[in-house]
Design a protein around this ligand. Structure first.
Ligand code: PBG
Length: 324
């Protein structure tokens, strides 16, 4: 036989040589959940092996990430319930939970790339990602002003990059203009450009205490049935000044990742979300799947076309990669 693909599978070295996709620790962004209080490092029940940290407890975690070679974190802040209000004031307070966490991380390690999730849902009393009209509809254009304030306050505190996850129309332009006005024209925006209204965010909402108190997010996040719409969203975000695109969730949206990659030349991130993590983690913990399933599934995200992967598996994958 002239063609025998098995020749290139005969031993490990050859397989390594012809491997088309490689996961690198540089690809990963690790999410961190920061809570008010002191001396807190508490495992999140919906996300095994992921913790809530108070600002004073971040040092060991940041050092561990550094040792593992993880250079990027994305921050989520969980304020006290009594700090929440209708317009997410705690989200742009210079002494807010995220702003303090950013300063602390930069104090621990200047080189850690600090990315912030820009959204209102963790800070609003109603849990929606924007300002509500009297009828409960999220008012797009009013929300833009607040998102811009939140982004600017993160960067003032020292964030290296902002990642708006709210899905309002025109938010990238509003944030870009606000950052430029404050002389932050060098700060990149990683846009959650195609973010679906997904049930896979369930464990996160428990962790971040950010579930909407009524209704759902379907009037702003995308319909899981749509693919063309993801292209439209990405196109608009590029026009408005996004530096990095994102597809979220990842595993049930590998087709969207591939289509986005084929259509646009910008770096592409994918968010391997909380539900995807919780599912696999539970299968591995219960002995239904072996650990290799984690590597394989995150690999599929990269193979589909993601350059950057936000994942709660970052630490364990970094260890697996080191030992390979
Ligand atoms: C904030 C936000 C959410 C996630 C990231 N940013 C939740 C949501 O939109 O309800 C989900 C992340 C995850 O599930 O891991 N809007």
């Amino acid at each position: 036989m002239l063609r025998r693909p098995r020749r290139l599978r005969t031993n490990k070295a050859i397989r390594n040589l012809v491997r088309e996709t490689k996961l690198n620790v540089e690809d990963f962004i690790y999410p961190l959940f920061i809570v008010e209080g002191e001396n807190i490092k508490r495992e999140i029940s919906s996300l095994p092996d992921v913790y809530h940290f108070s600002v004073d407890m971040l040092e060991d975690e940041i050092r561990e990430l550094k040792e593992l070679g993880i250079e990027h974190v994305i921050l989520f802040g969980i304020p006290h319930d009594d700090e929440k209000d209708a317009c997410a004031t705690a989200g742009f307070d210079e002494n807010g939970i995220i702003q303090r966490a950013i300063r602390k991380i930069k104090e621990i390690d200047r080189e850690m790339n600090v990315i912030t999730d820009v959204c209102m849902c963790e800070y609003t009393s109603h849990g929606h990602c924007g300002i509500l009209d009297e009828n409960g509809y999220v008012n797009n254009d009013k929300t833009l002003e607040y998102l811009a304030k939140i982004a600017v306050s993160h960067v003032k505190a020292g964030a290296d990059m902002v990642a708006p996850s709210d899905m309002m129309d025109g938010r990238i332009k509003a944030i870009r203009q606000a950052l430029d006005k404050e002389n932050f024209e060098h700060i990149a925006i990683m846009s959650y450009s195609a973010k679906y209204a997904s049930t896979f965010y369930g464990p996160f909402r428990e962790a971040a205490n950010s579930a909407p108190s009524f209704g759902d997010r379907k009037t702003y996040q995308m319909d899981p049935a749509n693919s063309n719409e993801a292209i439209i969203e990405s196109e608009l975000d590029i026009e408005e000044g996004a530096d990095i695109l994102m597809v979220k969730p990842a595993l049930s949206y590998l087709d969207i990742i591939r289509r986005t990659k084929d259509n646009f030349d910008l770096p592409l991130a994918a968010y391997n979300v909380s539900g995807e993590y919780a599912m696999l983690k539970s299968a591995v913990k219960n002995g239904i799947l072996s650990e290799g399933a984690i590597y394989e599934s995150v690999m599929s995200i990269k193979r589909a076309g993601a350059d950057i992967i936000i994942t709660y598996f970052a630490k364990e994958l970094a260890k697996q990669i080191k030992n390979k």
